[in-house]
Design a protein around this ligand. Structure first.
Ligand SMILES: Cc1cc2nc3c(=O)[nH]c(=O)nc-3n(C[C@H](O)[C@H](O)[C@H](O)COP(=O)(O)O)c2cc1C
Length: 335
């Protein structure tokens, strides 16, 4: 009997496949279907810093306007509840999902700067989320802000979120940092329980007829997995924090590669958006078949077996390999 179970941030999972934050986890009905198809856990769509600060700023300004002119008129102001709609809808979604399924439900906060909004993490915990994924997607465009300052900001953000809640926190990172191992070690030190590698960079397209720049969301391609495998394999064994792979996991082989690189879990979205939710059970049976054919008994047994620490030629992950890769290219006749 092959054991597909694993553990992620202290949560016992029946297998290593987690459905990442996306519209797939927007409705309870869809989350139930994901559980039926074999998802080990789900991450809910993100609630954004902008949503949270906008709502509380609107509340503050209305309350202070009232206080200046007419203190007792506070009761005339738009009900506090109406400002809480985004918050409450999100918290209710956590509660409903937790009631409807038995698998762990992870909430997702998406923000880039430390501030009062992070206290929402406590409400997420109180609503019953098993863990929190903090997505730190940001796009620095101000030339006066140096990389170190941006990284300090992320570390401070994680520290503040960590201080707001007792549930485990995973930090979803972008790959564009000068030293990923340094940032990873700092996030580890402030108590991140896992690092989720990596955010995808959504790039707008250029409309040359309309002279416009338009948002474009392309689903991932399997090749995107390689960047994640590379960094997972390098970080594995160097941190207390666990690792999760997101981006380009499309097949059972991709799940296996993620685990062998050192991930606790592999996350999927695009492949399920393309192939439908039942595709999850195909991935799981392919996973079992591969493990059976290769005589693996458990996921634990293969974790990190292709990490930088485990392979005989760690240079495969280093500069030496860059030189070798470039020089291995042979020109074809047509060039
Ligand atoms: C339509 C769509 C919506 C998404 N929404 C979120 C989100 O709210 N928060 C988040 O952290 N990631 C979000 N993601 C990113 C996914 O969670 C995932 O990290 C990414 O798609 C890469 O994984 P994949 O290759 O399996 O698709 C979204 C992705 C898609 C396609």
């Amino acid at each position: 009997m092959i054991d597909l179970s694993t553990e992620y941030m202290g949560l016992d999972l029946k297998n290593p496949i987690v459905v990442s934050s996306s519209p797939l986890t927007e409705s309870v009905q869809s989350i139930q279907r994901l559980e039926e198809a074999g998802a080990a856990a789900v991450v809910l769509p993100s609630i954004f810093e902008e949503q949270l600060t906008l709502e509380s700023n609107a509340l503050d300004s209305d309350l202070s306007r009232g206080t200046e002119s007419f203190a007792e008129s506070l009761s005339f102001f738009p009900a506090y509840e109406s400002y809480r709609q985004g918050h409450e809808t999100y918290l209710n979604h956590i509660r409903s999902a937790k009631t409807a399924v038995g698998i762990p439900v992870l909430a997702s906060l998406n923000g880039a700067t430390a501030g009062g909004w992070v206290s929402f993490a406590r409400e997420i915990e109180q609503a019953g989320a098993d863990a929190l994924e903090l997505n730190t997607y940001s796009l620095p465009t101000d030339p006066r802000v140096a990389s170190a300052e941006i990284e300090d900001g992320i570390v401070e953000l994680v520290r503040q979120v960590k201080a707001s809640t007792k549930i485990p926190i995973a930090v979803k990172l972008s790959p564009q940092y000068t030293s990923i191992p340094n940032l990873a070690a700092r996030l580890d030190q402030v108590g991140a329980s896992a690092l989720v590698l990596f955010n995808r960079f959504y790039q707008p397209d250029f409309d040359i007829e309309g002279l416009n720049v338009t948002p474009k969301l392309a689903l991932s391609r399997p090749e995107e997995l390689l960047l994640r495998l590379h960094w997972t394999a390098i970080l594995y064994g160097t941190l207390r924090a666990e690792l999760a792979v997101t981006g380009g996991v499309h097949t059972a082989q991709d799940v296996l590669k993620s685990i062998m690189a050192g991930a606790q879990v592999a996350m999927m979205t695009s492949a399920l958006l393309v192939n439908g939710i039942p595709y999850l059970s195909t991935v799981q049976s392919d996973l079992l078949r591969w493990m059976e054919e290769h005589e693996y008994e458990s996921i634990w047994q293969m974790r990190g077996s292709l990490s930088r620490q485990s392979i005989p030629n760690p240079a495969a992950f280093e500069r030496g390999n860059y030189i070798k890769t470039l020089s291995s290219y042979t020109l074809r006749q047509t060039a």
